[in-house]
Design a protein around this ligand. Structure first.
Ligand code: GDP
Ligand code: ZN
Length: 459
């Protein structure tokens, strides 16, 4: 294992009051000591987990470069399980960069993105699903998404997965004892017993997977499309959603799509408003991107906001829109209530069926609260409110869970069709391996490199 000492600025760039340069590795304390001048001791003599006031000296000029507080944390009780030194200096790009330069000249190596977390993983401090949670945490768009990431980072998913793997391992071991030592008086692993165990694990995997949709939405946003005839108020709706709620800046790379997106946070639900450009520029999503493509956009949406005009009769076109979004999550918005009623509201409620109907006057900024309430109810009506749920939101984890589930199903059907018990063993072992990939027990080095390269610098 490499223990060369890495260093990076670990606070966000900008105007913060305090900025931190973090070092991790065998030489972290030695490097810091070349620069640090405190009241009494050198850093190598201070107790672990202490904060020490002093100054940094530029060794080339012997001049004081910076006033600092230096935290010293000695291995192994640190995030990376290596010696860690954190140099807190006054904020500002210039001073924090100067400190980093001093550290690099004194023998530190600039950390790659995610390298601190990668070391924590490689040194066995956290597992892979926890490391991935750090990425999610950095990118979390709402508090709820952040909670999900935090739970995962605390290792909730890992514990669940480990328990299931243990169960599988014991079952396989049991089968082997039965086969290899038939005279040994162990409880016999009968078909029924084995079946029950497999079905139990299968059930647990299914349960974890049911949280995947909501976890994914929290992580990626509820993909939302606004539809309606020209002039009903689609752009006005978009603008009011964007202006009333903090728009979320997304820095997810590789979003080279021809559909423009905007994020807003509606009462903890991240909405990803799809094709906002289509609404803004040409008014007509169908006209702009074609019937086929817009069908696809609709089909991929998690939520449809269907806008009608309160002051106009319901048209054939309106009814066609209802037809197009059949079976999806739809909120019907009847806009322009400040104008005389011309729409038949009874008819609207009839074709809206079970979908919520909200009336608004976007011009007078009325009804937007009720709309937001409908959105949050629609989203949270499921199991999401149960605080103790463990959500999977990471698509790598979901894919592995899906594969585990189907491999287990193979095992179950092998046993059910009367094949010898040890035939199922291959599938059970495979399931154990697949689950192991979630927590990083059985993953390849290239995957690890790829995962960690997604990090921000300094994490
Ligand atoms: P879009 O074509 O569906 O995007 O509709 P717009 O949002 O561009 O709105 C069309 C016109 O209706 C604009 O002149 C808006 O100012 C107006 N409008 C939007 N909402 C309301 C409303 O609640 N009441 C009234 N009276 N006019 C509105
Ligand atoms: Zn418009």
């Amino acid at each position: 294992m490499e223990h060369d000492t890495i260093a990076a600025i670990s606070t966000p760039m900008g105007e913060g009051a305090i900025a931190i340069v973090r070092l991790s590795g065998d030489e972290a304390i030695k490097i810091a000591d070349q620069l640090y001048r405190g009241k009494k001791k050198a850093l190598k003599e201070v107790d672990s987990h202490t904060i020490n006031y002093g100054h940094l000296i530029d060794p080339e000029t012997n001049e004081v470069a910076e006033e600092v507080m230096v935290s010293v944390m000695k291995a192994p009780h640190t995030f990376t399980k290596e010696d860690i030194v954190e140099i807190n200096c006054h904020g500002g790009l210039v001073s924090v960069n100067r400190v980093l330069q001093l550290v690099l000249r004194a023998g530190g190596r600039l950390a790659e993105p995610g390298e601190f977390t990668k070391r924590a993983f490689l040194n066995g401090r956290i597992d892979l699903s926890q490391a991935e949670a750090v990425i999610d945490l950095i990118r979390a768009k709402t508090d709820r998404a952040m909670n999900v990431a935090l739970n995962q980072m605390e290792g909730r998913l890992s514990k669940l997965i480990s328990t299931l793997r243990q169960e599988l391992l014991e079952t396989v071991a049991h089968v082997e004892v039965n086969i290899d030592y038939p005279e040994y008086d162990a409880e016999e692993m009968t078909h029924d017993l084995l079946l029950n165990k497999m079905k139990d694990v299968h059930h647990h995997i299914e349960r974890i997977l049911t949280t995947a949709k909501q976890g994914k939405i929290l992580r990626e946003g509820l993909s939302t499309v606004i539809v309606g005839r020209p002039n009903v108020g689609k752009s006005s709706l978009l603008n009011s959603l964007v202006h009333e709620n903090k728009a979320i800046v997304t820095d997810v790379p590789g979003t080279t799509r021809d559909v423009i997106e905007e994020y807003v946070n509606v009462r903890g639900v991240p909405l990803r408003l799809v094709d906002t450009a289509g609404i803004r520029e040409t008014e007509d999503i169908v006209e702009r991107i074609g019937v086929e493509r817009s069908r696809k956009v609709l089909k991929e949406a998690d939520l449809i906001l269907l806008v009608l005009n309160y002051s106009d009769e319901l048209t054939h076109e309106d009814e066609q829109l209802f037809e197009a979004v059949k079976g999806m999550d739809v909120i019907v918005i009847v806009n322009k209530t400040d104008l005389p009623e011309k729409i038949d509201m009874d008819r609207v409620k009839e074709i809206a069926q079970e979908h919520p109907v909200v009336t608004t006057s976007l011009l007078k900024e009325e009804g937007v609260d009720q709309l937001e309430e409908s959105i949050s109810q629609l989203f949270f009506r499921g199991s999401l409110e149960a605080q103790d749920m463990t959500y999977v939101s990471n698509s790598r984890h979901i894919a592995l869970l899906e594969q585990s589930k189907s491999t287990l199903e193979d095992a179950v059907s092998a046993i059910e069709s009367g094949l010898p018990v040890d035939m199922a063993q291959i599938d059970i072992t495979r399931t154990w391996e697949l689950l192991g990939e979630i927590i990083g027990d059985t993953v390849s080095e290239s995957l690890i490199d790829q995962l960690f390269s997604q990090f921000c610098l300094g994490k």
